[in-house]
Design a protein around this ligand. Structure first.
Ligand code: NAD
Length: 301
């Protein structure tokens, strides 16, 4: 059980930091959100208030609870203001090893004795990040999913030094904010990115081979397996450029089974990155709506 008097500091007020700070503040913890960029903090605060207000409109939250959640959250441009006395730090700054190491090293002397250090890195080594602090056994990966207020999962990622007490406390923190945690040893793609990359790649191989149409491959996974979205629609949403770089990394680290399908390489070279470029496996109109019947056809490959 986590005692509600504990203070949480979330460092990095981007897409993920916004959701993570909301999760802690709305679960009853004094939450300090730190970002070196004041505009990012303004935007994050606005977005967090919008999520909380949305909860009131949907009847999930009474106005008093919404006001209390807003009050529990404060924003700061310096770690020296946000970190003192906090017993959990969640680092979610930009995906850059040197930056993450610097944040942890600066925070440690300011935090409460025995504080837990969590990193939300997607792909960097928890072991390497942990090497920047004197007690690496207190460092763990806490990999959240976007949008944080809707996604239940947290992958807890164990670096080489992460100890059992850190794992137990991290699980308790996840329980306290209503998330389901799983344990993963540090490894390329963890569980989720690895599975998702494999599925998206295989769907592209099937499309390339003319096994079925894009629409039918997506329908198969939605209707046959209850996936909320098919693997090709999901690739269009994530971006095939991002997908390709993940696949190249997994291919280099885990071997042949992750060799990127040539169709993905061709699509990325053509600028068909997905929704963000208006064209991926499907085409999208100016309003971002998918054009019916626009799925890539095997005969046109
Ligand atoms: N976007 C996702 O879907 C997703 C999912 C899981 C994990 N992640 C990981 O979460 C982390 C953040 O991703 P994001 O998408 O929120 O990025 P983002 O670019 O939206 O936000 C990063 C924030 O970090 C801030 N920042 C940079 N240096 C800082 C410093 N020294 N001190 C304080 N703040 C600093 C930036 O100003 C920015 O606001 C990355 O490690 C990413 O890999 C992202």
């Amino acid at each position: 059980m986590i005692d509600n008097n504990q203070i949480v500091v979330v460092v990095g007020a981007g897409l993920m930091g916004t959701g993570i700070a909301h999760a802690f503040a709305s679960s009853g913890f004094a939450t300090r959100l730190v970002d070196s960029n004041g505009q990012a903090l303004d935007k994050a605060l606005q977005n967090i208030h919008a999520i909380i207000d949305g909860g009131v409109k949907l009847g999930k939250l009474v106005p008093e609870a919404a006001a209390a959640a807003k009050e529990r959250l404060s924003v700061h441009t310096a770690l020296a203001e946000g970190a003192p006395g906090a017993s959990l730090l969640v680092e979610t700054v930009s995906e850059n090893l040197a930056l993450k190491k610097a944040v942890l090293a600066e925070a440690v002397p300011l935090l409460a004795e025995g504080a837990l250090l969590a990193t939300n890195t997607s792909a960097l080594s928890v072991t390497e990040i942990a090497a920047s602090v004197p007690r690496p056994e207190r460092v763990i990966g806490m990999h959240f999913f976007n949008p944080v207020h809707k996604m239940k999962l947290v992958e807890l990622v164990l670096g080489i030094a992460t100890d059992a007490d850190t794992v137990a406390r991290s699980r308790a923190w996840c329980d306290a904010i209503g998330k389901t945690s799983i344990l993963v040893n540090e490894s390329p793609g963890l569980t989720t990115s690895r599975m998702s990359a494999m599925l998206g790649n295989e769907a592209m191989w099937m499309l390339q081979e003319g096994t079925a149409s894009a629409e039918d491959i997506d329908t198969a996974l939605r209707m046959g397996f209850n996936h909320p979205m098919g693997p090709l629609e999901l690739g269009d949403l994530t971006g095939w450029d991002t997908r390709l770089s993940v696949l190249r990394y997994l291919h280099a680290t885990l071997g042949e089974k992750f060799r990127p399908c040539p169709l993905i390489i061709k699509m990325v070279a053509a600028g068909r990155h997905g929704r963000k470029t208006g064209h991926g496996v499907y085409r999208y109109d100016e309003a971002g709506q998918r054009v019916p019947g626009s799925g890539l056809k095997a005969s046109a490959l």
